[in-house]
Design a binder for this molecule. Sequence first.
Ligand SMILES: *[C@@H]1O[C@H](CO)[C@@H](O)[C@H](O)[C@H]1NC(C)=O
Ligand SMILES: *[C@@H]1O[C@H](CO)[C@@H](O)[C@H](O)[C@H]1NC(C)=O
Ligand SMILES: *[C@@H]1O[C@H](CO)[C@@H](O)[C@H](O)[C@H]1NC(C)=O
Ligand SMILES: *[C@@H]1O[C@H](CO)[C@@H](O)[C@H](O)[C@H]1NC(C)=O
Ligand SMILES: *[C@@H]1O[C@H](CO)[C@@H](O)[C@H](O)[C@H]1NC(C)=O
Ligand SMILES: *[C@@H]1O[C@H](CO)[C@@H](O)[C@H](O)[C@H]1NC(C)=O
Ligand SMILES: *[C@@H]1O[C@H](CO)[C@@H](O)[C@H](O)[C@H]1NC(C)=O
Ligand SMILES: *[C@@H]1O[C@H](CO)[C@@H](O)[C@H](O)[C@H]1NC(C)=O
Ligand SMILES: *[C@@H]1O[C@H](CO)[C@@H](O)[C@H](O)[C@H]1NC(C)=O
Ligand SMILES: *[C@@H]1O[C@H](CO)[C@@H](O)[C@H](O)[C@H]1NC(C)=O
Ligand SMILES: *[C@@H]1O[C@H](CO)[C@@H](O)[C@H](O)[C@H]1NC(C)=O
Ligand SMILES: *[C@@H]1O[C@H](CO)[C@@H](O)[C@H](O)[C@H]1NC(C)=O
Length: 653
Amino acid sequence: MLLSAALTLPLVASVLGQAASYAPRLVDCPTESLIERTGSPLDGSQSLQADEAAYITTRRSQVLPPLWTTYLANDTGYNVSQLMIEEPKLGIATSGGGLRASLYGAGTIAALDSRNETNLGGLLQLAEYTAGLSGGSWAVSSFAMNDLPTTYDLVLGQNGQTGWLLDMDILAPGGILGFGDNDDYYDILTEDVRAKAQAGFPVSLVDIWGRGLSMHFFNGTTESDFFDTNSLHDQGLLWSSIRYTQNFQSHAQPFPIVVSTSRVSMEEQITGNSSTVIPLRNTVFEFTPYTFGSFDHTLSARIPLTFLGTYLNNGTAVNSSACVNDFDNAGFVIGTSAALFNAVQNEFSSDTFTNLISTLLSDITDIQTVDYAVPLVSNILNSFFGFVPEGQGSAPFESNNNTVLEVTDGGENGENVPLGPLLVKARELDIILAIDASADTDFFWPNGTSLLATAERTRDYSANYTSFPRIPESPDEFVAQGLTTRPTFFGCNITTNGNVSAPGAYPIIVYMPNAPPPSGSGYLTNTSTFKLNYDPEDVVSFLDAAHVNGMKGFETGDETSDPQWPLALKCATVDRARTRAGVARSEVCDSLMNKYCWSDGVAEILTNYTASTGGNLGDNSNGGGTSGASSLSALSLSAVAGLVVATGMMLMA
Ligand SMILES: *[C@@H]1O[C@H](CO)[C@@H](O)[C@H](O)[C@H]1NC(C)=O
Ligand SMILES: *[C@@H]1O[C@H](CO)[C@@H](O)[C@H](O)[C@H]1NC(C)=O
Ligand SMILES: *[C@@H]1O[C@H](CO)[C@@H](O)[C@H](O)[C@H]1NC(C)=O
Ligand SMILES: *[C@@H]1O[C@H](CO)[C@@H](O)[C@H](O)[C@H]1NC(C)=O
Ligand SMILES: *[C@@H]1O[C@H](CO)[C@@H](O)[C@H](O)[C@H]1NC(C)=O
Ligand SMILES: *[C@@H]1O[C@H](CO)[C@@H](O)[C@H](O)[C@H]1NC(C)=O
Ligand SMILES: *[C@@H]1O[C@H](CO)[C@@H](O)[C@H](O)[C@H]1NC(C)=O
Ligand SMILES: *[C@@H]1O[C@H](CO)[C@@H](O)[C@H](O)[C@H]1NC(C)=O
Ligand SMILES: *[C@@H]1O[C@H](CO)[C@@H](O)[C@H](O)[C@H]1NC(C)=O
Ligand SMILES: *[C@@H]1O[C@H](CO)[C@@H](O)[C@H](O)[C@H]1NC(C)=O
Ligand SMILES: *[C@@H]1O[C@H](CO)[C@@H](O)[C@H](O)[C@H]1NC(C)=O
Ligand SMILES: *[C@@H]1O[C@H](CO)[C@@H](O)[C@H](O)[C@H]1NC(C)=O
């Protein structure tokens, strides 16, 4: 009896966090309003959504204290119990940049993970938040959905993990000539997307892309069933299922956030004056395990993630039995954060390309989507139609006339490191590790472009909502001062007694750029954004190189690493808590902070030092990809065009 009960149970109970298929479904609307305003830091009303607040409070009070005590045990020169009056608060941001960024993010996380024998201190375990964007969102989501395994287990598929299937190309997993296998792959993807379209929801190329990413990053697909058209391949896996993982249930993992940006229309994108695809002023959206929305003053609102894709007019459902569930498909969410297909529209400046894609979708794949679907961007029925944010006079939310909210790759506004959600005053973070694997230079290294975009956005569009420390004025300065070759702390000092939520107060930003190996030789991690497959040996070399880069610090002379870097990072991590406790910097922390903190005062010293050492700009690229300069941090337009065309060709195959 027991046995048969156990066998029947799973058939009766639906699996938490799993939908029956890729298609969302209609449900009755709840009686309470789906839209919740986030409030404003200007009048002290800004607040976290209740479940997030409960998660963070429990993590802060029950999980983190002993970890902080261990982390801070010996060497900072502080009396730890004095500092702990109000504990440090840490966030980690992982940039976009395709698989390069996923691997760089994962390799850097190995350096932050107390479970690895070589680490900087368990900062992964201590973090309250992790934010990921585009390729970074693939890593952040994969860690969270697989219940926070170690980097090497997660990526290489050890110890019961299925691994990231990176030797299978994302566009042509069967190989360039593997027509049969590729056909099966696209059959699997389009079948699922067709089900969503047939259920009446708008779909685009992003849905197909997201399904492909699921098969590579989530654990419902293995090498052996990859081309099996009868396997489910996580088609019903919801991003909100993160809530049901053990580490989330026990508040043992950082609260994950995925970042996307939005545009009003193709016309806005093409006729805008921005040097980026999407204007910096546009609303940046965040997906959390509980919500979808934005703390930006242009929206200041959110909906429950479970009701993503529900159309509301001025906050009200037009049909009270047509609210939407299961729209937050895990692949769709990470595909949305990496939805870069629209970037080619600027390049072509014509409808030709858009029409081509629509034709591909409808004729070639047989998918007939609703006529108001918008090609090339992620289509999310707009819960903020007719919405007017509070405190903005009569200025409505910019996309308030759109039936479909047009969501795109988070990096398309130039902010390729997802700092925005971590700068939100209500989240109170003291320190943010900014892991940057953008391809800014001709050789696919970052050069500070993303931080400069965040500084500009904060100054011009987000005054008093968020604050950002002073950084150099230009990428040229980042490069000349060597800030692209080693970690740097920005904003070490504030004048608000350590209160990071006060107007003008900011967290310390630890810039951790993807950089050439310290010894000058070794695996080069500046692969192309459009390298869409990696051999297993390359994956190991890449992770190892990123791990080493994370550990190295500011190496001087003949050193290949600074043995005091972990301690310097510890000093920065506790520095706001130290200020709050009214304790002076210890001698050792003062000296290490002076080494790693950037200010106008040290710019010239750093420039001279960098010039004298010849810099280490790594002006060589790691083959395996297209080359060519990019005017965007995240993407190379011609390569995106290639990507879309390649996808189209695969669909035709
Ligand atoms: C603290 O110091 C003790 C004794 O020197 C050492 O065994 C321990 O590993 C140190 N702890 C940390 C967290 O560094
Ligand atoms: C550390 O601070 C606590 C709390 O202020 C105090 O009770 C303790 O005596 C201090 N320890 C040392 C070694 O100074
Ligand atoms: C720690 O990192 C090294 C590479 O630097 C890796 O080989 C090893 O497997 C990692 N250990 C664990 C426990 O993940
Ligand atoms: C995938 O990961 C989740 C979360 O750890 C786990 O519950 C599930 O059993 C895993 N599935 C497979 C097929 O390994
Ligand atoms: C672009 O700049 C011109 C001239 O400064 C201005 O008139 C126009 O409104 C701007 N367009 C957009 C979309 O910002
Ligand atoms: C939108 O809803 C608010 C309150 O729910 C109401 O005050 C306002 O008049 C509505 N606006 C329109 C244009 O209907
Ligand atoms: C409301 O939605 C339900 C579920 O889709 C549908 O059956 C019904 O026809 C809709 N009612 C109206 C008035 O559109
Ligand atoms: C949306 O349309 C209304 C009515 O035409 C207009 O008043 C409003 O300004 C428009 N909103 C935006 C953001 O353009
Ligand atoms: C920095 O990157 C931008 C692209 O984001 C590029 O236009 C610029 O030339 C680069 N500058 C340096 C100094 O590398
Ligand atoms: C920002 O805050 C400052 C000082 O509190 C105030 O003077 C200024 O008006 C505020 N700016 C905005 C846009 O609210
Ligand atoms: C920050 O304050 C410390 C101690 O007050 C001082 O020594 C240091 O120069 C300041 N650093 C910056 C970057 O202003
Ligand atoms: C930097 O180098 C220039 C040129 O050699 C020199 O004039 C200047 O004094 C140096 N600055 C510092 C802070 O060392």
